[in-house]
Design a protein around this ligand. Structure first.
Ligand code: SAM
Ligand code: SF4
Length: 330
């Protein structure tokens, strides 16, 4: 069985969250006092492995591991090694999204397991702004991690959430910095996910405004580059680099959607912006996991919605979906 939904979209990309835990507390992502899941609720290494193999057997060719912070999970590298063995044998790409704090430690292992590209989230190059936003003074480790990944031959893409009053002014400099080091950069609009202390309206910065600001300084040419995800790209003439824009609130990216997400607890979300859900953990822990998983994935394909339901109203109020990005996996 391959994974094709009712709108004839073929699912070839899985984002798998391996932990809800994190060593940072980015203000838009989680509150300072985040309550983490008890371990029994989190998929075990064996369950993650079995699940990933099930997706690969059904035509998923790219897997992105995420979290929370994937590199804080102790057995994470074992999973990367196990899945790395499927590269060239069903799997085309194994990658991860990380905050970079522990990359210096793991870059060599990741490269050895076959990881060729990673995304590193970085919203500012200013140490104080970083410490305020992430509530931890970890910028030096992140920069060290990025350098280590590049030295190991891993291509790094930077993901930057555009935030009003925090990094809006700094974005052109971030683009120049990343492109100057051979890294693409993708800007992300802040999304209404999970309750955090700060008011969404204070943070929300439409990327249309950021783009207009960038165009005063740079020549942006729309690029045909696509990854099957929500990002739209532009080439920047002055830097020779590529700039991505992910605009879940102002743009529309659902037509070509090729992905599903699985949370740390094994809940499959066919759409990041929807409330549909299928419990793969129950399937994995049932007496007949293979057929239960089969049924569950077939159900997921039936309920994957045509498009997402995000919205921020005229007052900037978002009906925040109850789950945090750190659980769903960004
Ligand atoms: N900890 C890893 C990291 O930060 O890269 C992986 C998980 S994190 C949840 C994945 C991505 O989601 C990061 O790029 C982060 O900036 C982004 N993110 C988190 N909360 C968000 C929100 N409310 N709106 C938009 N992006 C968000
Ligand atoms: Fe952690 Fe990533 Fe969320 Fe920041 S965005 S708190 S690094 S999970």
């Amino acid at each position: 069985m391959s994974l094709v939904d009712t709108f004839q979209r073929r699912i070839t990309y899985l984002r798998l969250s391996v932990t809800d835990r994190c060593d940072l507390r980015c203000a838009y992502c989680m509150p300072e006092r985040q309550t983490f899941l008890p371990r029994s609720e989190v998929l075990s290494l064996e369950e993650l492995h079995r699940l990933a193999l099930g997706f690969i057997a059904r035509g998923v060719t790219r897997i992105r591991l995420t979290g929370g912070e994937p590199l804080v999970r102790r057995d994470m590298i074992e999973l990367v090694r196990a899945l790395g063995r499927k590269l060239g044998d069903g799997l085309d790409e194994l990658t991860l999204t990380t905050n970079g704090t522990r990359l210096a430690e793991f870059a060599g292992d990741l490269a050895a397991a076959g990881v060729r590209r990673i995304n590193v989230s970085l919203d500012t190059l200013d140490r104080e702004t970083f410490a305020r936003l992430a509530r931890r003074d970890s910028l030096p480790q992140v920069l060290e991690g990025i350098a280590a990944a590049q030295a190991s031959g891993i291509a790094v893409k930077i993901n930057t959430v555009a935030l009003k009053g925090t990094n809006a002014e700094e974005i052109p400099a971030l683009v120049a910095w990343a492109h100057g080091r051979g890294m693409d950069l993708t800007l992300i609009e802040v999304m209404p996910l999970g309750e955090v202390e700060a008011d969404r309206f204070d943070q929300y910065l439409p990327l249309s405004m950021v783009r207009a600001g960038l165009e005063q300084r740079y020549t942006l040419t729309p690029s045909a580059h696509r990854t099957g995800g929500p990002a739209r790209y532009a080439d920047v003439a002055e830097t020779g680099g590529r700039l991505g824009f992910i605009t879940p609130l102002t743009g529309n990216f659902c037509d070509g959607c090729n992905r599903v997400r699985v949370t740390t607890t094994g809940q499959l979300h066919p759409c990041l912006g929807g409330t549909e859900m299928v419990d793969l953990r129950a399937a994995l822990r049932s007496p007949d996991p293979d057929s239960a998983l089969h049924e569950a994935l077939a159900l997921a394909m039936r309920i994957k919605p045509e498009r997402h339901a995000f919205a921020i109203d005229a007052h900037g109020q978002a009906p925040a979906l109850a789950r945090h990005m750190s659980v769903t996996g960004g």
